[in-house]
Design a protein around this ligand. Structure first.
Ligand code: KE4
Length: 441
């Protein structure tokens, strides 16, 4: 029994101030944005410029209010402006914003992360997920003495040259999964596999005996849209790398502290040798980290010979916001509520697509979710790239015009925060039911 057809009102929606701001920004910033993911390249048109955010909402400079499903691409699991995080920052600012010298709080957050994440006994802070992934690859190569790295097509680990090969996220959105400027030399040691295909990984080890330092993977892929691991896939990667003397590296920049307090590795019970973190551990400020066992991490300078450094690594403000965020996640875990809210959204999106008779699949793990315009499951990059991205673009704009800010690419995951509630989820479902009908035309 399909739901009654919602009013087919096409809302009045214009962005005059954002349009002018975008034109000004394009004069001094490439593409008017400081990260391509924000550029609406996949959906056309120009992005709203944000004035402020609070709780589950974004507000743009044309006075539109949106229910936010970007959450800064993952960090804002508690919603925007959580009082405890704000208080932590307000207490930290008068103490100075950066010292270039060690602080006790850096050891405190490293200890908190070590207690939370099964693979981590020791960690190093950096300022972005890219930097953390790049450093983890260097450590894997340094401790094994091997050169090759296996990555999965469609996974994204930031914009370091060696990993910009069949990269997901905005690299795919903008059709540059292998960017100009990345030399053949830089990627000569990068081996590619389809996600969710452990046989392909075994074949690479057979073809490169004793040469592969690590297998790097998003344990739940969020950069092709949300693509979960097939049952047994992560364990097979663990078994293969164990047998071959290579390191297993989980890129949990997106899934860390998102899917559970111990990340995807806790959820799936598979413990890698190195873990890459970011996003949530900075509480919305620039922070990321990589960590592993004492024996591996003691190889990192100045304890060991593998060099890595960073001016703002472990920045006092980012550490303060990160500590406050992790404290809330530890003491008032939102994960059951996030599961329930996002499951509600999942069911609503499925119903909307079924009622509209649109080929689709909704994939979700915890509070990460994607509606793919694709018949049947999306298990890898090839499946994801077969999606109807034109229909996605229409869906996106119909949502935006009705006050729902969904990720502006089919190749991104949406995020629910603990600031969302059932009413906002139901509002989103109602809007999506209308948007999907317009997108189906
Ligand atoms: P950053 O360098 O953007 O902090 O982190 C890179 C990164 C590494 N690993 C994973 C699994 C990631 O998802 C990311 C960054 N995620 C994208 C969104 N898909 C960030 C958005 C953007 O590039 O602006």
């Amino acid at each position: 029994m399909s739901s009654p057809t919602p009013a087919r009102s096409k809302p009045e929606y214009s962005l005059p101030k954002s349009k002018a701001a975008f034109e000004r920004a394009c004069r001094t910033i490439p593409g008017g944005v400081n990260s391509p993911a924000r550029a609406f390249g996949a959906v056309g048109g120009e992005p709203p410029f944000i004035a402020r955010a609070a709780g589950p909402f974004l507000y743009d400079i044309d006075d539109h209010k949106y229910i936010d499903y970007i959450g800064s691409w993952g960090p804002m699991i508690l919603g925007h402006g959580h009082p405890a995080v704000e208080r932590a920052l307000l207490n930290a600012i008068p103490l100075g914003t950066s010292y270039g010298a060690p602080t006790e709080r850096e050891a405190e957050i490293a200890k908190a992360v070590a207690h939370a994440v099964p693979s981590i006994e020791m960690a190093r802070w950096v300022s972005s997920g890219t930097e953390a992934a790049m450093s983890a690859v260097r450590v894997a190569r340094g401790v094994t003495g091997r050169s090759k790295i296996v990555k999965m097509a469609g996974c994204y680990h930031g914009h370091v040259d060696a990993l910009l090969v069949q990269a997901g996220s905005s690299a795919t959105t903008l059709g540059t999964p292998n960017s100009p400027g990345v030399t053949a030399g830089a990627t000569a040691d990068t081996l590619l596999c389809p996600f969710n295909d452990s046989e392909a990984v075994s074949r690479l080890f057979e073809a490169n005996p004793g040469a592969i330092a690590a297998v790097l993977v998003e344990p739940v892929a969020g950069n092709m849209g949300l693509v979960p691991p097939r049952p047994g896939y992560l364990q097979s990667l663990r078994d293969i790398t164990q047998k071959e003397g290579a390191l297993l590296v989980f890129d949990e920049v997106m899934t860390g502290f998102r899917l559970s307090y111990g990340g995807a590795q806790s959820l799936y019970g598979v413990v890698p040798d190195l873990t890459v973190l970011g996003k949530i551990i900075g509480g919305g400020l620039p922070a990321a980290a990589y960590g592993g066992s004492q024996s591996v991490m003691q190889a990192v300078s100045p304890a060991g010979p593998i060099f890595q450094a960073g001016t703002l690594s472990g920045n006092p403000l980012a550490v303060a916001a990160g500590l406050a965020t992790l404290k809330i996640l530890r003491e008032e875990p939102p994960y059951e509520r996030l599961e329930s809210l996002t499951e509600r959204l999942e069911h609503g999106l499925i119903k909307a697509a079924v009622d509209a008779r649109v080929p689709h699949v909704v994939q979700r793990v915890g509070s990460m979710i994607t509606l793919f315009f694709h018949e049947g499951p999306v298990w890898n990059y090839a499946d994801a790239k077969a999606c109807d991205t034109r229909r996605f673009a229409r869906f996106f704009w119909e949502l935006l015009a009705r006050g729902v800010y969904w990720p502006c690419s089919q190749f991104e995951a949406a995020f629910v925060s603990s600031a969302h509630d059932e009413d906002l989820i139901d509002q989103t479902i109602a809007v999506a039911a209308e948007a999907i009908r317009f997108a189906a035309e």
